[in-house]
Design a protein around this ligand. Structure first.
Ligand code: FMN
Length: 192
């Protein structure tokens, strides 16, 4: 009898512990609800994608890369930066591929971009021009070499019908060993 009672106590203890663990995990992860990350990334380092992936890990988000409908012209990086500058100067923004997402089905949206000449990248500008964020909370992030410009605040200004939450720029993502902690601190600050 004593053995049976001991076993019951052990099983109950185990159930309690795993339940508490599962609860702890979900509380740690996020209380942002169903999360969508929309981002663009261009460089080989894929800095913006790295941040997007960290957010995915923290929030169990769906993550979608915004892609130009036609690939950007193949050219060396430095030359590309000049090409992109000229596109911005002339206000030429590329068509983007269908995102295949239903904004209405999400509770929280992240929009991430590399900084291009102080501004959001071309595909993200197109995204903002053609998307209605339907009253959803939205937090912007950018990645830069060191000159973040106004990319985050531009997204915040241009995101139609979004409830803007505090955005952030991350410098030099590829060389930052603390990037995961920095992103986690920011994401935690967005939770109610
Ligand atoms: C067209 C272009 C313009 C850029 N302009 C800036 C800039 O104004 N300030 C800056 O700090 N970095 C600038 N960069 C560097 C990128 O913002 C930075 O490397 C970013 O983290 C790249 O993100 P990705 O790897 O997701 O493409 C520029 C890069 C490109 C391609």
């Amino acid at each position: 009898m004593k053995k049976i009672i001991m076993r019951c106590v052990a099983v109950l203890g185990l159930l309690f512990c795993t339940g508490a663990l599962a609860f702890g995990q979900s509380a740690d992860q996020s209380n942002l609800g169903k999360v969508l990350v929309l981002y663009y990334s261009y460089s080989e380092n894929a800095n913006t994608e790295k941040v997007a992936e960290i957010i995915r890990g923290l929030t169990d988000a769906d993550i979608v890369k915004v892609e130009p409908a036609a690939s950007f012209p193949e050219m060396e990086y430095r030359q590309f930066t000049q090409w992109a500058k000229e596109q911005q100067r002339q206000g030429i923004y590329p068509s983007i591929r269908d995102l295949n997402v239903d904004i209405a089905s999400y509770d929280f949206i992240f929009v991430g971009t590399p900084v291009w000449w102080g501004l959001p990248s071309l595909p993200i500008t197109t995204l903002l021009r053609q998307t209605d964020f339907e009253g959803k909370p939205l937090a912007a992030f950018s990645t830069a070499q060191g000159g973040p410009g106004s990319a985050v605040s531009d997204i915040e200004k241009q995101a139609k019908n979004a409830l803007i939450r505090s955005g952030v720029n991350f410098n030099n993502v590829a060389g930052d060993r603390q990037i995961s902690e920095k992103v986690a601190t920011w994401v935690r600050s967005l939770q109610k």
